[in-house]
Design a protein around this ligand. Sequence first.
Ligand code: AP5
Length: 258
Amino acid sequence: MDAPHDRRGWFRGDSDCTPMSFPRRAYRLVLLGPPGVGKGTQAQLLCRHLGMCHLATGDLFRSAQCQANPSPALRAAREHMRRGELVPDDLVIAMVRERHACLRCDGGFLLDGFPRTVPQAEACDELLTELGVTLDGVISYELPVEQIVDRLSGRRVCSRCQATYHMSVRPPRVEMQCDRCSGELCQREDDRPEVIRNRMRAYAASTEPLIAYYRERGILISITADDTPEAILEQTLHLLHEQAARPARVAAVPKARA
Ligand code: AP5
């Protein structure tokens, strides 16, 4: 399975989200983990292997940069990102809801960066229930903070297709040029040290509680991301297949908080 997906439906918010290929088994997954742990890198590898579509809210907000006329909501989201703050829940939830067709895709999906707070997780559960779709697993990557800072400072991203590189670990074949589409590589504006600190604080306060949220539901897969991207992929696939082979558990879902 190696066909890149057409993500125009996700970026534009319309219903045009036809998979380029149909995998044998459609996975529906969420990726969790602190900024820079390698979610985007694993998402690209997992989607190539399993054939689902990579739906990243960060990519969606960053796509506002390339649009001639981004909506006021997208412009506001970008301002929050520049400061390393989370985009407000109601805005994120509304944008994902607008793209619900992507969650019904027969090819499956990999949500990267959503949900990111408990209210977003509750809204996500509600939306998936309405659509008659269930999550197969939530993969949580973990790593000490010093390694995270190193990964973020060396990261470069293609300005055209968003493919991710690292100047020493995963360099492009031609300096500052994307291997896939020849687009120019650049550094993300939220990879500056002071903004990284804000992002780490936002993660600890708002996103870390989701680990317990999904553990309670019996669908959490925790992985230490301290290895090469290929070795982490192998471990992820192994644990995912192991979980898929287990009899389905009925998750005891606590009631939404008041
Ligand atoms: P988002 O785009 O989701 O960013 P993030 O979660 O901060 O994560 P990153 O993309 O920075 O890192 P990553 O884990 O994907 O790591 P990567 O694979 O690139 O969100 C950005 C912002 O958008 C947020 O701060 C917020 O403002 C807003 N936002 C988005 N969604 C939101 C939501 N739902 N609610 C509210 N706000 C939201 O890897 C990093 C580097 O390490 C790369 O250079 C890579 O090549 C390298 N690397 C990867 N794996 C390895 C490895 N195994 N070994 C060595 N190097 C590696």
